[in-house]
Design a protein around this ligand. Sequence first.
Ligand SMILES: Cc1ncc(COP(=O)(O)O)c(C=O)c1O
Length: 478
Amino acid sequence: MKTSFLALFSHQTQGGLRERLCNTLRQAIANGHLQHAQQLPASRQLAIDLSLSRVTVEAAYAQLESEGYLQRQGGRGTFVSIRMPPPKPKSRVACSPRFSQRGQQVLATGGCQDPPFPHAFAAGSPELRAFPHAQWRRITHQVQRSLGSGVMGYGDPLGLPSLRQAVADYLALSRGVRCSAEQVVMLTSSQQALQLLALMFLDAGDEVWLEEPGYPGARNAFLAAGARCRAMPLDAEGAMPLSGSAKLVYLTPAHHYPTGTAMSLARRLHWLAWARQHDSWLIEDDYDSEFHYEDRPAPALQGVETESRVICLGTFSKTLFPSLRLAWMVVPPQLVQALGRARSVMDGHSAMLPQAITAEFLQQGHFASHLRLMRQLYRSRRDCLLEQINTRLQPWLQPLPAAGGLQLTVQLLQGDEAHLTEQAKARGLLLPRLSPLYAGEAQQAGWLLGFAALTPGEIISACDKLVTLLSHDAKTSR
Ligand SMILES: Cc1ncc(COP(=O)(O)O)c(C=O)c1O
């Protein structure tokens, strides 16, 4: 029992010392800070903590025992013996917060919602049950043994050098990114990368272009900065530039979110020339590019040119696990120091121990093996979901091509998306909706069905529920 009751005791000003201590303990019990069967500090310790004589503490304990609050058990200590009903929440006088304009813009976005785990059909969830826990544990022990307090102090806002190097090597080999370790900035999430870029590049009213439909996390980060977000239409080659100019353009070239379209080489070259001409920055969110099930995805847009105006970002949320809170951003050399300083203002740096463990995990080759295994697992799960849709859900759902990723986007061919989503929720089925991903009027209703975190059995039983729901809806709306 570590509590010293110092603050509570110092608020008691009425009566002698024994009475003040009795009131302190009665109040702690009544407020639920001390609960039934909880042990109190030894009288000697409490006397030291509160600068009282031990006799006073003994007398207070004895009095509260006689009142039935405490019980003294010879040789074991003093315990709370009374059971109090849980305290009622105090009603406070509500003062209405006066948020800044920026704060109000943040709230107006509605926030970002992360999927609950594991749950059919939460989108973007990796399979955490197949994570190599034993290896991770072994590396954690190894890192703690070898680095000890070396990873317990403050760290570099740009990230742990060994992890920046490991990420640079991985990106060069697997994604064709051209960068040195110095250009890699380690962050908590892709979301933080977007936030940081918005902070550093956008004044209120500045224009940012985003794909339509597109990733709401990006739109939220830019809206929260007071930017004017404009929606770019897509064709079969990817997003198309609008007329005019934008400070930032957010793109998902490897695998458009959420339709899965890969940007053509011609369109990539067009964007690179456009960015040079307009003195703009292209933000390449290389999300999910690790999970490809057909041909290898085209290398990163960042690697196409040496002097590129591309800031490339990616996350370990999907490839390792989301609560790791580690992502990276590869930035041109002239931005590195400024972004490091901005990061230091935001939240200092990412936690060092997870960075050191992740660096080892990559360097020892476990990351590559894990990705290989997950790719096979997710491919078989995607195939299972596709088969279910093609054989049982054809009248209602049309899958979009899903060459990669953790979820399958389906178009809803009949029925009302919002209504069906609510109905599904009541049956324990989560159906992430497609239409809210349009900033303007939704062009297509549908869902993003996450499959990666579900076993074939779980996919089939979730599809059973979906078939029942959709057939019932079709019957009742006839
Ligand atoms: C396109 C896209 N980028 C980024 C993320 C999330 O990354 P993080 O957890 O690092 O913010 C997601 C999550 O679903 C995503 O869909």
